[in-house]
Design a protein around this ligand. Structure first.
Ligand SMILES: NC(=O)C1=CN([C@@H]2O[C@H](COP(=O)(O)OP(=O)(O)OC[C@H]3O[C@@H](n4cnc5c(N)ncnc54)[C@H](O)[C@@H]3O)[C@@H](O)[C@H]2O)[C@@H](O)CC1
Ligand SMILES: Nc1ncnc2c1ncn2[C@@H]1O[C@H](COP(=O)(O)OP(=O)(O)O)[C@@H](O)[C@H]1O
Ligand SMILES: [K+]
Length: 551
């Protein structure tokens, strides 16, 4: 699924209207209908869960049916149709003066037609409405939909008669903190306790970064128009948006491919993995394969106080299907490890009980027979470690995955990293703390624009970057972005990152490109986390090792 910025969306709109000749009014009409359908779907769902109106219009499992039903030889449009219990609904449309307001005003007519009561509250004088919104306003008026005349901002009591709100205040044309009366209306809407369905984006959301203004709608559901906006899939925006439903309104994908600097960001789905990234997601193995077919991963990590990290990365690399995995670690630790994972090979990475500068030579020697080097899990820091990592970076062209202290070493290298030379087969897997160190900015600062930060770093350093955390972002050196939605907060536990390192390394070993391995890796890792959590009483009980076993 394509992800767009607000600027791209505006240009796609223009291309649709000016170049393809599709009337703006037709698009707004479709958008309004989509918003109304989602409000009605929400109402039906709510009625059903309250035990109100099951039966007609519901599936055998009790969930509301979508689309036309076949209980009669003549099919009616069931999406916009009166339903039992509709008379109990009364929705208030909060309409801004731009085209987002127009979407809400068009929705009002469809809602009225479906038999629910609707009223309109305009944020500004209708005289100031955009051309398309004015047309919608006039049509709503002529349809007899009441327009509230509020001399000031509504108080909580004013929301008394309503059962829900449509937020059509601000869309992708907005910038900055919502000005008054928008800010006050947003706060009042949130304070009402009523469910809110947002048109396109929750008002107050930065559609590009996912940052929320001080006043930002907290929606139950967001009906995103035409293409997914980036801000809806990054926190805190993802939370403000609630359930996101992307609806086609007649803006064709063709228009997205026609604009300059068009969208190059995707949600990671089975479909985008297969079609956009051309990955065989079945992971089918050839009948006549042998272990050499699936590559050999060398994990470089583990230290006296953090041996588990190297262990988990190695084990995950095995579980994801690498042909062979060798774990290189300091020689003094070997006796403790030998035999714990019988399938794993171990090697003396360094002499003694810790890592040292000289061990780079040993690793490079081992790397000659390897397909991937995974550096960092449980590595710790040591003297001259920057020189050590530089030697690994420059001394071999085997694909490299760098995590944990490997990233902290890179951060210390700072600007000198540019002198190491570009190496397009490097995957970095920082969590936000590590990413902040790589960029030399506070974590909170970088989190304000995760997509932008990941994209810029990947392009500047020619690496594939995996910025972890809820809604992990993958960025390629060429500027492609992928956003993952698998996984859950139960995975916020020590070691799950080490597992991801093993997964990505194992996929690289099996011949995937850095971008393919990173995107497919984060997806599979999250899915495994979901499966592993299902076996527990509570997701909080999840251990990183459980994720490995669920791969
Ligand atoms: N043809 C189109 O362009 C389509 C647009 N659609 C809808 O139109 C929306 C975009 O419409 P617009 O470009 O008119 O813009 P919006 O309706 O998002 O809002 C822009 C209006 O709000 C004002 N504004 C901007 N920042 C503000 C702030 N911080 N506080 C208060 N007011 C602010 C602007 O002066 C402008 O009047 C989309 O999000 C979507 O909902 C859909 O109807 C589909 C078709
Ligand atoms: N709330 C969440 N939702 C989805 N995935 C999460 C969430 N919290 C953590 N994760 C995932 O778990 C992993 C944690 O990695 P990391 O922070 O490096 O842990 P560690 O360093 O302990 O191994 C990452 O892949 C991250 O995306
Ligand atoms: K909105």
């Amino acid at each position: 699924m394509l992800i767009v910025t607000s600027e791209q969306m505006r240009r796609i709109d223009r291309c649709t209207i000016d170049e393809l000749g599709i009337p703006a009014s037709a698009l707004m009409e479709s958008a309004g209908r989509a918003v109304a359908e989602e409000v009605l779907d929400f109402c039906r769902g709510r009625l059903h869960s309250a035990g109100g109106a099951a039966g007609a219009g519901t599936r055998p499992d009790g969930s509301p049916k979508r689309g036309v039903t076949s209980d009669s030889p003549v099919l009616e449009d069931k999406l916009i149709a009166p339903f039992d219990g509709a008379e109990r609904e009364h929705w208030l449309i909060l309409a801004g003066k731009g085209n987002n307001g127009g979407d809400g005003l068009a929705a009002a007519r469809y809602l009225q037609d479906a038999g629910i009561k609707v009223s309109i509250l305009c944020a500004e004088s209708p005289d100031s409405f955009s051309k398309e919104a004015s047309v919608q306003f006039a049509a709503a008026r002529r349809s007899g939909i009441p327009v509230l005349e509020t001399p000031g901002l509504p108080s909580d009591a004013d929301f008394g008669p309503y059962t829900g709100l449509v937020d059509a205040l601000l869309g992708v044309g907005a910038s900055g903190e919502p000005r008054e009366p928008y800010g006050g209306l947003i706060r009042a809407a949130n304070g009402s306790g009523l469910p809110i369905v947002a048109a396109d984006i929750p008002s107050g959301l930065n559609a590009d970064t996912g940052q929320t203004a001080q006043a930002c709608i907290r929606a139950e559901r967001t009906v995103c128009i035409a293409f997914l906006k980036a801000g809806l899939v990054q926190y805190p925006g993802a939370k403000a948006a609630g359930e996101v439903r992307v609806r086609a309104v007649g803006i064709p994908r063709l228009a997205a491919s026609r604009i300059d600097e068009g969208p190059n960001a995707h949600l990671i789905t089975e479909h985008s993995l297969r079609e956009t990234l051309e990955i065989d997601t079945s992971r089918k193995r050839a009948e006549d394969s042998h272990k050499g077919t699936y590559g050999h991963v060398l994990v470089v990590g583990g230290s006296r106080l953090m041996s588990g990290a190297g262990f988990m990365a190695s084990r995950a690399a095995l579980r994801i299907g690498s042909g062979l995995v060798t774990w290189a670690l300091p020689s003094a630790l070997l006796p403790d490890i030998v035999g714990h994972v019988p399938e794993l090979m171990v090697a003396e990475g360094a002499q003694g009980d810790g890592w040292n500068r000289d061990s780079a030579e040993t690793i490079l020697k081992l790397a000659e027979k390897m397909d991937v080097l995974a550096v960092g899990p449980g590595l710790g820091r040591f003297e001259d470690d920057t020189e050590w990592l530089k030697e690994l970076w420059t001394g071999s062209d085997v694909p490299l995955v760098i995590d944990a202290d490997g990233l902290n070493i890179l951060a210390d290298a700072g600007e000198s990293l540019k002198d190491w030379g570009r190496r397009e087969n490097v995957v970095l897997t920082p969590h936000p703390g590590e990413m902040g160190r790589l960029l030399g900015v506070p974590t909170a600062e970088l989190q304000k624009d995760r997509l932008g930060a990941a994209k810029a770093y990947a392009a500047e350093h020619g690496v594939t970057l995996v910025l972890k955390g809820a809604r992990t972002v993958v960025a390629s050196p060429e500027g492609a972005l992928f956003v993952n939605t698998t996984g859950h907060p139960g995975m916020s536990t020590g070691g799950t990152g080490d597992v991801l390192t093993g997964v990505v390394s194992g996929l690289l070993a099996q011949g995937l490109s850095p971008l393919q391995a990173a995107a497919f890796g984060v997806y599979l890792h999250g899915r495994a986390g979901e499966r592993a959590a299902e076996l527990r009483e509570h997701p909080a009980s999840l251990l990183a090792s459980d994720v490995i076993e669920a791969l």
